[in-house]
Design a protein around this ligand. Structure first.
Ligand code: HEM
Ligand SMILES: *[C@@H]1O[C@H](CO)[C@@H](O)[C@H](O)[C@H]1NC(C)=O
Length: 504
């Protein structure tokens, strides 16, 4: 009896504590006169999320509501507060000019207990800079040229899988492209980052893809998650991890096996892993360890696979709906290849200027990474004001919302590659288009993602015309549960063989 009473009192006490903590947290912006929506007690400004709206739409609406009224606004999410920046100059300050105040993304990593989390994506300042310096040479144009044939090999398999499906008739009603292209991207990045033939194009349930997707699922709910991210030092002391154990074990095992094999046999391959092994064996003061190699290879995979594959499938979707754009793009591909005597090379790819416009417009309309984050490490006084972004505050850069701002991109739902003609680009502030973020933390994989997507598109469009079917959604429905922007019900398109062009 007494025990029960103590239990009830303890629970009541804990609940009261949480209530007071949240109330205190959720008065932060009001006390400082920063504009924001009135928060709910538990979810802050995130209630809309429960109404199954994708997170990028939450931020898009927030941005549209407050733009012009303030340069930045507050946003609450569980235990956390964020400053959402609405003003382009202030975005530039945070990302580039005043980087020293915002050198971290403020996401979590735990080198000791969850080694695959200690990647360039999550590491803090010195550790991050150290790794970034080491990895940057891995992504030069010369290295892309070196990897080009490896990617073409996988794209050839993609076309073969398409041909099989096409011939077996399953393409008549359209096939689901989001998954097909995801398998292509898994195979490319598995091959390039891990040196493995993942075979997910031919075997949709390949372990690699399954583990890769599981890597996106964190082991904790949002509440524990926000605790970890808010108190990273404490969380690390408690040994808290983000990833499921089997995911870390899987990637550590395959990297160890592959590296050992290559070292024993002296195998060299045209891929990232080769470049990472060189870093390990270079006799600099601190060569990178097997765990560090795994973490970087793993993040190339998680940061690269879904972003590139969704961009490519959204691009095919728009090409299906916009036949004029598709024809013009195919003409460019044929014209450039003809000049290169039918040989598809890295140089030929770089001459496809209309392709670049199409790709940029795809990444404007579908900004897969809808926002990026920075955390202030010291008080930042906003220029020409007496407002302060306090030390420890998380800052949101609403990439997707900028790309859908009608003042920056009139009629934002229209797909129009001519927005990226030189004269149009010149009219805009450079911060209005940042699909890869900007500044020292900008995406390290920009060139590589272009390689994956452009090679895939060239190979597909040379062989097939892409058409919508009855099943093609317009407008597309988004999956509200995903962190990245993705389709909810898949992307159905049909293919029509292009005759007389393929060299068979
Ligand atoms: C279309 C494809 C892609 C998009 C849209 C994309 C977008 C982004 C964005 C918005 C960021 C945050 C930048 C910032 O905070 O300023 C980022 C960071 C990053 N991306 Fe990508 N990405 C893509 C492909 C890739 C690929 C293929 C790789 C790897 C091979 C990659 C690796 C990374 C890494 C390592 C970071 C963290 C960089 C750092 O903090 O130093 N990404 N990406
Ligand atoms: C396309 O976007 C990339 C990356 O954001 C940029 O560097 C490039 O200049 C853009 N190209 C055009 C034609 O606007």
């Amino acid at each position: 009896m007494e025990f029960l009473l103590v239990l009830i009192y303890s629970i009541a006490f804990i609940l009261l504590g949480i209530y007071l903590l949240l109330r205190k947290r959720y008065s932060y912006f009001a006390e400082r006169g920063i504009l924001h929506d009135k928060p709910d007690l538990i979810f802050g400004n995130f209630r809309k999320m429960r109404l199954s709206k994708p997170i990028f739409l939450v931020f898009r609406e927030y941005y549209n509501k407050y733009k012009g009224k303030a340069k930045y606004v507050g946003f609450y999410l569980f235990l956390r507060s964020f400053i959402v920046i609405l003003d382009l100059e202030l975005i530039k300050n945070v990302l580039i000019k005043d980087f020293e105040y915002f050198p971290n993304r403020g996401t979590y990593y735990n080198e000791k207990d969850d080694p695959i989390s200690a990647s360039i994506m999550h590491l803090d300042y010195e550790k991050w800079r150290n790794m970034r310096v080491k990895l940057t040479p891995t992504f030069t144009s010369g290295k892309m040229k070196f990897m080009f044939p490896t990617v073409v090999d996988v794209a050839t398999q993609l076309v073969e899988v398409m041909r099989d499906a096409h011939e077996s008739g399953s393409f008549e009603m359209g096939i689901e492209f989001a998954d097909l292209i995801a398998r292509y991207a898994v195979d490319v990045i598995g091959s390039i980052a891990f040196g493995l033939n993942c075979n997910s194009l031919t075997n949709p349930e390949a372990e690699f893809k399954v583990m890769g997707i599981k890597g996106f699922r964190y082991r904790h709910n949002w509440f524990v998650h926000s605790f970890i991210v808010s108190y990273p030092d404490l969380a690390r002391k408690l040994g808290m991890k983000f990833h499921f154990d089997d995911v870390g074990e899987f990637f550590l095992r395959i990297v160890r096996e592959t590296v050992t094999y290559r070292e024993k046999t002296g195998t060299q391959r045209k891929d990232f892993l080769n470049l990472l092994i060189d870093l390990k064996n270079s006799d600099t003061a601190d060569p990178i360890t097997m765990e560090q190699i795994t973490a970087q290879a793993y993040v190339f995979f998680t940061a690269g696979f879904e972003t590139s594959s969704c961009t490519m499938s959204f691009c095919l979707y728009e090409l299906g709906l916009n036949q004029m754009v598709q024809n013009k793009l195919r003409e460019e591909i044929m014209e450039v290849l003809a000049r290169y005597e039918g040989k598809f090379t890295y140089e030929a790819m770089n001459e496809m200027k209309y392709m670049e416009k199409v790709l940029n417009e795809t990444m404007r309309k579908y900004s897969i990474v809808a926002f990026t984050l920075r955390r202030a490490i010291k008080d930042y006084v906003i220029p020409n004001t007496n407002h302060v972004i306090e030390k420890g505050m998380d800052v949101v850069i609403p990439i997707d919302a900028l790309h859908h701002d009608p003042e920056l991109f009139p009629n934002p739902e229209e797909f129009n590659p001519e927005r990226f003609s030189p004269s149009e680009v010149e009219k805009r502030n450079s911060m209005s288009y940042i699909p890869f973020g900007d500044g020292p933390h900008t995406c390290i994989g920009i060139r590589f993602s272009r390689l994956v997507i452009m090679i895939g598109l060239v190979m597909v469009l040379q062989n097939y015309r892409i058409l919508p079917t009855k099943k093609t959604e317009n407008p597309l429905q988004y999956n509200p549960k995903k962190y990245f922007m993705g389709s909810k019900n898949g992307i159905y398109l049909k293919t029509e063989k292009i005759c007389g062009i393929v060299n068979e």
